[in-house]
Write a protein that binds this ligand. Structure first.
Ligand code: NDP
Length: 496
């Protein structure tokens, strides 16, 4: 994905990144608005080809038993033509369209109509109306946090309807997997296009919209006018991909970012895996330990997401990214189709792992999850208590820092230098990567396809780490330099 990097020197351009023509002094952070040719070419490439990349993986499983090289070899040697492969690909069907429309509508209803009650009886769970992080324009949005409730209701209905009432087969998702892919693509492109049009013509909050153009001035209305003239980044494609609006909403509560990031795709993740497990049992009469491992480890990750949905409001996706194709299409298509490749692979290759190996994978997955969760928890606790807490049993070491929001207000903040945040600057990503590796290792060593996830996550999180650090350097200036001097490594102490 194109970087939104920022430099402390306003004249410096970093290769392959987006640059800022406005002086980036300590404490100001904002939106890129000039796009170099490399970023633009990458954006256009992804807009055109990302759907085919997803299709290639799913088709490789459907037609070539999950071999990534066999389709290419067939085409190269003339054994198959693209038209032959396409002819064997199931088209969109009425049934798939009905399932998909019912699914998304049901998730919208759960999101909009059912205020959270889980926080009233689940000890330690934080739900209901919560505040997000402060945006660069100094705005704090409110969110209705009811994702755990939506996940529980959805899964309860899934079990009741598929197993008890037999209204549909639990293999229904697998059986319609490619027709559903077309539906997901239609929604992904539709929502991204809608978000683009909405951003230009009826933005939710023009203050953020203007501030994120990178031009800092108290006269934000003038800036907003220029935005209306289409001068947001100067690149239509970049705007389309990375988004225009920061927090697009319909009405007071339908928040595009929270809904698309956290609902149709992530709630579906565990259902998709369950459907793959059901298909394995239908085909082979049993569910393999590898399929159980993938289901369990990924369900922990998904449930963690919903248990900590309030915390999630403070992550980069919600705090700093705009809502465009990158999030809209990514959440509708990329996430449900490529994050579930391990389960899909195991339908075609029912790997039964040796007990010791499977225990090793389980341990790696749980250790990765522990680091991921604890690192995120430490930062959250530290920020919530303003540093008045214990990290690993001690008072935390702190770097005091300051920054300025676009309305020229000065703010103070703190950076944690203890616990996992003193081991490396993004050790939460390291834990995430360990967990991701465990999902892939659960599939054995037969094929490359299930390892796509760890390759992708390594690229995603390294890139994310770099762009976050550019942003923090710009926001905190010298204070950030003090932090990087105190904690010199990003992901792995001594290596990177
Ligand atoms: P982080 O939770 O690491 O948040 C980064 C922000 O934290 C920075 O921008 C800064 O924000 C603040 N910060 C940085 N260093 C410190 C410090 N030492 N002390 C206090 N605050 C600090 O990043 P993400 O939001 O990207 O990730 C959240 C989790 O989600 C991660 O564990 C990641 O692995 C996971 N994730 C998973 C993905 C998936 O597809 N499975 C995709 C992306 C993320 P501020 O401006 O407030 O100072």
């Amino acid at each position: 994905m194109a970087a939104k990097s920022q430099s402390n020197d306003p004249k410096t351009k970093s290769p392959g990144s987006v640059t800022f023509s406005k002086a980036a002094t300590q404490g100001q952070w904002g939106r890129a608005w000039e796009v170099d040719w490399f970023s633009l070419a990458s954006v256009i490439f992804l807009l055109l080809f990302a759907p085919f990349i997803v299709y290639y993986f799913i088709m490789a499983c459907d037609q070539y038993s999950c071999s990534l090289t066999a389709p290419l070899a067939d085409i190269a040697t003339g054994r198959a033509r693209l038209s032959d492969i396409w002819a064997k690909t199931p088209p969109v069907t009425t049934k798939a369209a009905q399932i998909y429309v019912a699914w998304v509508t049901f998730q919208v209803l759960l999101y909009m109509l059912l205020p959270d009650i889980c926080h009233k009886f689940l000890p330690g769970y934080v739900g209901g109306v919560q505040e997000g992080a402060m945006t660069p324009a100094g705005i704090v949005h409110k969110y209705e946090i009811n994702g755990l409730q939506a996940w529980l209701i959805t899964h309860l209905l899934w079990f009741v309807n598929s197993y008890l009432l037999a209204c549909f087969s639990p293999t229904v998702i697998f059986d319609n997997w490619i027709p559903l892919l077309w539906c997901a693509n239609i929604l992904g492109y539709a929502v991204s296009t809608f978000a683009m049009i909405k951003g230009y013509f009826f933005p939710t909050d023009a203050r953020d919209w203007y501030v994120l153009s990178g031009r800092s001035s108290p006269r934000w209305r003038v800036g907003a006018f220029f935005c209306y003239l289409g001068k947001f980044t100067g690149s239509f494609f970049y705007n389309y991909m990375m988004g225009i609006e920061f927090n697009p909403r319909i009405g007071k509560w339908f928040d595009f970012k929270l809904f698309f990031n956290g609902r149709p795709g992530i709630i579906a993740w565990t259902l998709i895996n369950l459907s793959f497990a059901a298909k394995q049992r239908e085909l082979y009469g049993h569910v393999t330990n590898s399929m159980v491992l993938v289901n369990v480890l990924q369900a922990i990750y998904v449930l963690d997401f919903f248990w900590n949905e309030t915390w999630y409001l403070k992550t980069i996706d919600i705090c700093h990214d705009h809502f465009g194709w990158y999030l809209g299409w990514g959440d509708c298509v990329w996430l449900p189709y490529l994050y579930t490749l391990q389960g899909l692979y195991l339908v075609y290759h029912p790997v039964q792992l040796p007990t010791r190996y499977s225990l090793g994978v389980l341990l790696l997955g749980l250790l990765g999850y522990y680091i991921f969760r604890m690192a995120n928890h430490q930062k959250d606790l530290f920020r919530r208590t303003d540093g008045r807490c214990l990290i690993w049993g001690r008072k935390p070491k702190v770097i005091e820092c300051s920054f300025t929001s676009a309305d020229e207000q000065k703010h103070r903040s703190k950076l944690l230098v203890s616990g996992f945040w003193g081991v490396a600057r993004h050790f939460n990503y390291t834990g995430d990567l360990m967990g991701s590796l465990a999902y892939c290792l659960a599939c054995g060593g037969g094929h490359l396809l299930p390892y796509f996830y760890i390759i992708y996550m390594a690229i995603l999180l390294t890139h994310r780490c770099l762009r976050d650090e550019h942003r923090c350097a710009n926001k905190y200036g010298r204070d950030w330099e003090r932090y990087t001097a105190a904690v010199p490594y990003r992901l792995l102490p001594g290596i990177f």
